[in-house]
Design a protein. Sequence first.
Length: 327
Amino acid sequence: MDTGTHIGMGLCLAAISTLHPDVAASTTLFAAVTTTALVGSHAPDFDTVFKFKGNSAYLRQHRGKSHGLIALIAWPLLLSIVIGTLFGVPPTSLWLMAQIAVALHVFVDLFNAYGTQALHPFKKSWIGWGVINTFDPYLFTMYYAAFGIWLLTRATIVIFPILIAIVLIYYAVQFKLRNDALATAARYYRGAHKLFISPGMKWDEWHVAARLRDEYSVVKINSGTVVECGNFRIKDEPHGDALYEIVKQNADLQAFLEFSKIHTYTVSRKDGIVEYRFTNLRYFTKEVYPFVAVVRIDAATQEIVSSYTGWVFSERTLQKKLFIPAL
């Protein structure tokens, strides 16, 4: 989920902690528990520091080891010791909250299409169920509304059982809608080799990329209605191309190919510069496919002059990241 939603969950956990009489009675302990809930709810995403090493490092690391089984144990221990020391409270008083906050963070991240390496180091495959959008406005609103009502009423025992019930029902409904959308896509693409689904921002809106025999096809499914978004001929990677043999060693492209399960590519040439652009077809928003990898190489010198991988929502933004004029 997005940072705001994770923090909203942390706030709700902090409010629930006041059911414990020791937390309710001590301002210091409540501050320590609240800090633990907020930091723990975000801790696995501290891997964003890899952005300083470039997008390829970030892409390989984000939601990887930091969301794995070892981290699931290490984060709560580290947080309870550090925060306990800062507030002068026993780490044992904070460990359970830290464990719940971290575990919930990792668990809810499994429900979007991006997913996590939750079973690392035993399995390095990405697990993403494609049920909840990375930013879900309904869940975001529910968490902050519940916390806001709690601030006004302090009716903990009433508010949060209702919130938990509503959230569980919401997730169950989303699973059913996801499965219905997959069934619609399967009927639409009879004989599809594989379907990749991602939730949209709107209610019962889904993006489906299908691998067919000779092409990839992309559709949106809105409440059972199928809208075509594009078709792309399946092409093998340009092996045997001397320039591509150099380009495929590029860290940005390698990171993209390790992560992407369904993509297409184009090759463009202008003024001696050759551009290899790979586009992931699983994600489609604002009428663009925002997850790309682009590598530009000088055909004469066979040196890579610019590269980028990541999420961009306009061609103008992409060109700024590539530093040299568009082809």
